[in-house]
Design a protein around this ligand. Sequence first.
Ligand code: KG4
Ligand code: ZN
Length: 339
Amino acid sequence: MSSLPSPYNVLGIETSCDETSVGIVTDGVRIGANVIASQADLHARYGGVVPEVASRKHVERMLPTLHTALEEAKIGLSDIHAIATTNRPGLLGALLVGVSCAKALAYALDIPIVGIHHLEGHLYSNFLVAPDLEAEFPLLILIVSGGHTQIMLMEGHGRYQILGQTRDDAAGEAFDKGARLMGLPYPGGPNVSRLAETGDPKRVPFPRSWMGDSLDFSFSGLKTAIRTFVERDNGQTLLADIAASYEAAIVDVLVEKMRRASVQYGVKTLCVAGGVAANRSLQTKMRQMGEREGLRVVIPDPVLCTDNAAMIAAAGYYRLKHGTPHSLDFDTYATERLS
Ligand code: KG4
Ligand code: ZN
């Protein structure tokens, strides 16, 4: 295991989707800044992220966000020891804005750079709230975002095994599509979860897709179920009850599959990451299950669940500590699995 000097400031950049973010993390754990310029309002009128609009906004906001982050952390560029940037997967044009800025900085400052898988970033958001996780490998990690739903076994830094994943929609996608069918505005997930807080989760018996003994997920049947229900219901049922029942159908499966995975693989420490990890019901049910089963459950603060660059800087720190930097000609990929 190599070691890095301390303090070691990693500047992280994240532009894979519709958030322009720059974060500064010291020694992999202390957040000096985590500035997130969200474009959600801009994309709301289209009902989803428009790639070309996202790329253009990243270009506009990249340097102002960088300057704000340096101001917040009260340091200058000369205090940065390394750069970490999301280089996969995501919207290609959007990713390229962050990667180009990162490469220019690394070249000008003559410091190491590392390209980070976006999901690895999400996963390392857990290390920002619980640095002692390093002593608890192997970990089980549920990654639930707009594009991914996976249960991963993390055996060590950079050592992952996918135990289960969605065969169709991701959990965040299920929230977003369900929201649209309920007539709720973009971004769907947070709106469903806000409405669900006042609803009865037992009011509508939406199906849970267990996929036998597999740790895989499927949410497309649920989408069909809510479409059919809304069409037939004709406004009779309280929207809050539909939202709460729909949310419960997603969350119950996520929590139960994590419980099964922990039994199957004998893992006692469970982490959750990705945008959907900000869901209150998921957090509560995961924690209750952990208490019942005697498991440790780690969930990042909401600001670290959504796309942010502090998590990319943290992942970069561990990549540099346990591996080697990339050369400046590393590539950017729209799709690639983390394994
Ligand atoms: O990780 P993320 O910010 O971006 C991706 O990498 O995809 O995740 C975004 C997803 C969206 O589908 C959004 O609707 C969902 O996370 N989400 C939520 C909540 N907050 C964000 N879903 C349910 N409840 C929430 N509170
Ligand atoms: Zn994400």
